[in-house]
Design a protein around this ligand. Structure first.
Ligand SMILES: Nc1ncnc2c1ncn2[C@@H]1O[C@H](COP(=O)(O)OP(=O)(O)OP(=O)(O)O)[C@@H](O)[C@H]1O
Length: 307
C-alpha cells in the first residue's frame, strides 16, 4: 500500500500548519517523518487518516481517501495519541471495544496483547498505565486489524530500552513483509536504526525526502588517530588538502582517499592507532537541513545554557 500526499495544505486560522506538501510513503520499508516542534508532522499524519480535513490537497492510501475505506482497521493501523484510551477502561476492554467495530475475533485481541507484551496487565485499568505501557496498548490497537499500513506518531516515546528494541524489530519485520510503515519521531539515533527512508518537514514544507543512506552518506573526511598528528599533517600537506587537529591525537584530513593516507603513514613509519572515513549521523544531516526551519528555539546560545 502506498500512502500518497498531494499538495496538502492545512490552515488553522492564521497559522499555515502545512504548506503544499507532496510525498509518497512506499511499501516494504519503514519511512521516518522528522521535523522541529510545530513543523506540521501531526497535522500531516492526522490529515492522512481523516482526523483533520485539508484546506486544499489530499492524502490517499492505495488510491482511496481514508474516509472511503470500508474497513479502515484492516487497511491502516494508527497510533496518534498514546493517551487516547479511556482511563477507567481495562486494557483488554479498550481493545475489545475497538475490535467490535470491525467484528474482529476475540483471539486476535489476545494475540496483539501478547505481541505488545501486555498480557500480564490485560485486566488493569488504562488510567494506571505509564506512557510506555500506553504506547504498547496503542500499538496493540493499531495491529488489531492486521493492516497493510501503520501510521504512528512518536511511537518510541516513553518506551524503555526493551520496548525500543521490541518496536524496532516489530516495525522492521512488518515492513519486511511488504507492508508500509510511516512514523514520526524526535529520537534521531533510534530512527536511523529503524527507518530506511526519511521525510523531513520544516515550517510546513518538505525539506528532504530521501533514503537514509543518502542523507548520512559518508563524508570525504578521513579521521586518523595517531600520537604524531603534526608529522602526519606535514606529510599529507598539499594543494586542495585540508587538515584539522580534531583532538590531541586525532587528525582529520579532507582531500585524500583513506588508502593513500594509510600508505603515506606506513611508508613514513607514522604510528596509527585507527583510521577511517568520518560518517555523518542522521542528527548531523537533520541539523543541517532544519537550520533556519526551527520555530521554537532559545533566543541565543546564552539563553540555551539556562533552559
Ligand atoms: N488544532 C489546532 N488548532 C490550531 N493550531 C494548530 C492545531 N493543530 C496544530 N496547530 C498548529 O499547527 C502547527 C503545526 O503543528 P503540528 O502539531 O502539526 O506540528 P508537529 O510537527 O507535530 O509538532 P511537534 O513535534 O511539537 O509535535 C503549529 O504551529 C501548531 O501550533
Amino acid at each position: 500500500m502506498t500512502v500518497s500526499v498531494r499538495n496538502l495544505t492545512k490552515r488553522y486560522g492564521r497559522t499555515l500548519a502545512v504548506n503544499d506538501v507532496s510525498f509518497d510513503v512506499a511499501p516494504g520499508k519503514v519511512t521516518g517523518f522528522l521535523g522541529p516542534n510545530g513543523a506540521g508532522k501531526s497535522t500531516t499524519l492526522r490529515s492522512i487518516v481523516g482526523l483533520d480535513f485539508p484546506t486544499t490537497g489530499e492524502a490517499r492510501i492505495d488510491g482511496s481517501k481514508y474516509i472511503e475505506l470500508k474497513a479502515p482497521l484492516h487497511e491502516v493501523g494508527t497510533l496518534l495519541d498514546a493517551k487516547a484510551a479511556h482511563r477507567s477502561r481495562r486494557a483488554v476492554d479498550h481493545l475489545r471495544w475497538i475490535a467490535a467495530t470491525h467484528g474482529i475475533r476475540r483471539s486476535r485481541i489476545d494475540e496483539v496483547m501478547d505481541i505488545a507484551g501486555l498480557t500480564s496487565v490485560a485486566k488493569k485499568k488504562v488510567g494506571g498505565f505509564s506512557l510506555g505501557m500506553g504506547q504498547r496498548l496503542g500499538i496493540a490497537a493499531a495491529l488489531l486489524g492486521d493492516p497493510g499500513t501503520l501510521i504512528l506518531d512518536e511511537p518510541v516515546n516513553g518506551l524503555d530500552p526493551d520496548g525500543v528494541t521490541w518496536i524496532r524489530e516489530l516495525l522492521r519485520g512488518f515492513a519486511a513483509e511488504g507492508r508500509t510503515v510511516f512514523l514520526s519521531s524526535h529520537l534521531l539515533g533510534e530512527l536511523s536504526l529503524i527507518a530506511e527512508h526519511i521525510v523531513v518537514i520544516g515550517q510546513g514544507k518538505i525539506i528532504a525526502d530521501a533514503p537514509l543512506d543518502q542523507l548520512v552518506q559518508t563524508s570525504s573526511v578521513v579521521r586518523v588517530r595517531t600520537p604524531d598528528v603534526a608529522r602526519l599533517a606535514a606529510l599529507v600537506a598539499g594543494p586542495g588538502i585540508m587538515t584539522t587537529t580534531a583532538a590531541p591525537d586525532h587528525l582529520e584530513i579532507e582531500g585524500l582517499p583513506v588508502e593513500q593516507i594509510a600508505q603515506i603513514a606506513a611508508r613514513e613509519q607514522v604510528v596509527v592507532y585507527g583510521i577511517g572515513q568520518v560518517t555523518r549521523t542522521l542528527e548531523d544531516a537533520y541539523n543541517d537541513l532544519t537550520r533556519g526551519a526551527v520555530q521554537y528555539a532559545p533566543q541565543d546560545a546564552e539563553s540555551a545554557n539556562h533552559v
